[in-house]
Design a protein around this ligand. Structure first.
Ligand SMILES: CC(C)(COP(=O)(O)OP(=O)(O)OC[C@H]1O[C@@H](n2cnc3c(N)ncnc32)[C@H](O)[C@@H]1OP(=O)(O)O)[C@@H](O)C(=O)NCCC(=O)NCCS
Length: 326
């Protein structure tokens, strides 16, 4: 008896980014505002973290509602309709309760009859994890167009008496659409974790974000640039081919350190570096697409630019991927 032959999906030649969208908390919170809550000051925050102000959500803004807003904008920016999307992935680590997930609600509220909708939690590395999964799904033919969203509402996860942490985090969402392409425009995701360092970022009392700031700072400034360089190599490019560096916006000093390290290894002096943290704060899995959407809107980057996206955070987890700006 001959074995039955298993069919597999038809596959496109490659994948590409088709569009972006974003939204932020409606409330602007300055460093002086925070100095009324905790013993801190504008100068310390600017010098040590680089934030001038961050944005927090008002009562109406949730992980789901911000994901819906950013996601709908990304679908429109891609020139698609909700009916064209067949997979929704939400990267988040601040979804209250965990059950139900965010993606099913987001999909429904945008009007997407998605065949699959699921959340990814790799904390601040989450967006690139989700992007990598999305690109692989399109590449394998199991989805045609995937909506990838990073959405976080941090304010309930912060101890507003802990000056080391409450000054850093913020609320917002950023989204991208990945679809098929004749010429590949997204490189392989380089993903990884360092679970032995799990105790450096965790929920204190099961409630509040806590991090050993200096340990995480050291790890991010020494271990992450090599991950970024591996993603460039995996895409078959050289560091000098990269036009735009978009690291997770954790701390401006970490962003600058990663850029300097890559420039010392061949990245160009005119490399455009995302510094969105200055006016957005650290929005975890939303920070990378949020930064890209802002830079596109401001005309700082253009269609066709080679971008290097780099995530890192709790887990510890890390991720990097090359993608061409739509
Ligand atoms: C958290 C972080 C901003 C703290 O900055 P830092 O320069 O390492 O500061 P430290 O924690 O060493 O604290 C230095 C001093 O400033 C004080 N300090 C902390 N927060 C302060 C604040 N908001 N305002 C004023 N002083 C503050 C500390 O109490 C300490 O005082 P001391 O020397 O008298 O003990 C920084 O370590 C960081 O960005 N770490 C990495 C974060 C990250 O990437 N996370 C992963 C992804 S989310």
């Amino acid at each position: 008896m001959t074995k039955p032959r298993i069919a597999q999906n038809a596959t496109p030649a490659g994948t590409r980014l088709l569009g972006f969208g974003s939204t932020q908390g409606n409330r602007i919170v300055t460093n002086d505002d925070l100095a009324k809550l905790v013993d801190t000051n504008d100068e310390w925050i600017r010098q040590r973290v680089g934030i001038i102000h961050r944005r927090l959500g008002d009562e109406s803004q949730t992980v789901v509602s911000m994901a819906v807003e950013a996601g709908a904008k990304a679908v429109a920016d891609a020139g698609l309709t909700p009916g064209d999307i067949d997979q929704v992935i939400v990267a988040t680590c601040t979804m209250p309760g965990g059950i139900p997930n965010a993606a099913a609600q987001v999909s429904d509220q945008i009007g997407i009859k998605a065949q699959s909708a699921f959340d990814v939690n790799a904390a601040c590395a989450g967006f690139v994890y989700a992007l990598s999964v999305a690109s692989d799904a399109v590449r394998a033919g199991s989805a045609r167009n995937v909506l990838v969203i990073g959405s976080e509402r941090f304010q309930e996860w912060l101890d507003w008496e802990d000056r080391g942490n409450c000054i850093i985090f913020a609320d917002g969402a950023g989204a991208a659409v990945v679809g098929p392409a004749e010429e590949p425009e997204i490189g392989p995701g380089v993903l990884g974790s360092a679970g032995d360092l799990v105790d450096t970022i965790y929920l204190r009392e099961g409630k509040y974000i806590y991090q050993e700031g200096q340990s995480v700072f050291r790890w991010a400034t020494t271990q992450i640039a090599p991950v970024a360089a591996r993603a460039v190599e995996a895409a078959g490019l050289k560091l000098s081919d990269v036009d735009v560096l978009v690291p997770h916006q954790a701390n401006l000093r970490i962003v600058e350190a990663i850029a300097r390290k890559l420039q010392s290894q061949g990245a160009r002096d005119d490399l455009v570096v995302a510094r969105d943290i200055v006016y957005s704060g650290n929005t975890s899995s939303a920070s990378i697409p949020l930064a890209i959407d802002h830079m596109r809107g401001a005309g700082e980057i253009s269609s066709g630019d080679v971008m290097l996206l780099v995530g890192f955070g709790a887990g510890l987890s890390y991720s990097a991927q090359v993608a061409v700006c739509p």
